[in-house]
Structures are given as structure tokens and as C-alpha cells.
Design a protein around this ligand. Structure first.
Ligand code: FES
Length: 169
């Protein structure tokens, strides 16, 4: 076999291996892609929860969102009901007397405290841990008013500080 023939044969062998590799790679990518759904199952993080007028002064529990929405006149804030220990839903207990406390540099009228039925964690009305095993305070979530229909909108992906207050018109 001449040197030219050998080079030609080597070239064709490499070309064949390369083409086979590309074919296998393309097939593998297609197979992997077929395992992924074409739709997103992520739940929306913003939820409309009703008109401000639908909320009584004081506290309203939203079981679907596992959320407490507090109202004092035109001022609203929302506290998560998800215990920061292992995620049970905490229960609100009405205080014998409402208290005014300073939370995040702003005054807050506190009407409830929270207790977790699973392992006994207790929280103040603004969500601070009083006794464990909960490692962190309850989350506060961002509230806004929908420009479409005036409903309150909670963003369950947007944690806010304890000085957050939504004042409605
Ligand atoms: S889940 Fe709430 S104390 Fe364990």
C-alpha cells in the first residue's frame, strides 16, 4: 500500500468515526430532551387574594397560600404560616389584649401569636421565635394592589422586612 493510499484510508476511518460520534451524540441529546416536559409546572409566585374590603380588620388566614393577612384600617401586611422548623402550618392564637410593639422601626398593632402543632415552636405576632425548635422567624411576604382589578396580590417569592406595610387608597 502506497503512503498516499494509507493516508487516504486513515482519513476515511477518522471521518467515519467522527460521523458516528456526531450521530450518537445527536441521538443521545434527543433522547435526553424527550425526558423533559415542554411545559413549566412552576407554580406562579404571585397570587390575587381578594379585594382589600374582603379583609376584616385584624387577621384573616388564607389556607391555600398558608398565609396570615393582617389589616389595620388601610394598612396591610402578610406573614407566612409555614413553620420554619419542618414546614407545618402554624396556628394563630388571639391575644387577650392587642399590643402595640415596634417592629422593624415601625409601630405594629399585634393581635395574635403563633404556635406550631407539630413540635411546639412558638412565635410572637410579628413572627419572631419565642421558643424552638424553629430556627428562624416566620417570613413576611410582599403585598401590592393589582392595577387590573384592585385585588391584593401576594408574592410568595418575595420576602420583605418587618417594616413592610402596604397602605391602600
Ligand atoms: S414543624 Fe413546627 S415546630 Fe417542627
Amino acid at each position: 500500500m502506497s503512503r498516499e493510499q494509507k493516508n487516504r484510508r486513515d482519513f476515511l476511518v477518522k471521518l467515519g468515526i467522527g460521523a458516528g460520534g456526531v450521530g450518537i451524540g445527536t441521538q443521545a441529546a434527543a433522547s435526553l430532551r424527550s425526558l423533559l416536559p415542554n411545559v413549566s409546572y412552576d407554580a406562579p409566585t404571585t397570587v390575587k387574594v381578594g379585594l382589600p374590603a374582603d379583609f376584616p380588620d385584624g387577621m384573616k388566614f388564607l389556607p391555600e397560600q398558608r398565609l396570615f393577612v393582617f389589616r389595620e384600617g388601610k394598612v396591610f401586611h402578610a406573614v407566612s404560616a409555614v413553620c420554619t422548623h419542618l414546614g407545618c402550618t402554624v396556628r394563630a392564637e388571639a391575644l387577650p389584649q392587642p399590643e402595640t410593639v415596634e417592629v422593624g422601626g415601625a409601630q405594629l398593632r399585634v393581635t395574635h401569636r403563633f404556635a406550631c402543632p407539630c413540635h411546639g415552636s412558638k412565635y410572637t405576632g410579628d413572627g419572631k421565635v419565642v421558643s424552638g425548635p424553629a430556627p428562624r422567624p416566620l417570613l413576611w411576604f410582599h403585598l401590592s394592589v393589582s392595577p387590573d382589578d384592585g385585588q391584593l396580590v401576594v408574592d410568595l417569592a418575595q420576602e420583605v422586612g418587618r417594616d413592610f406595610r402596604l397602605t391602600t387608597a
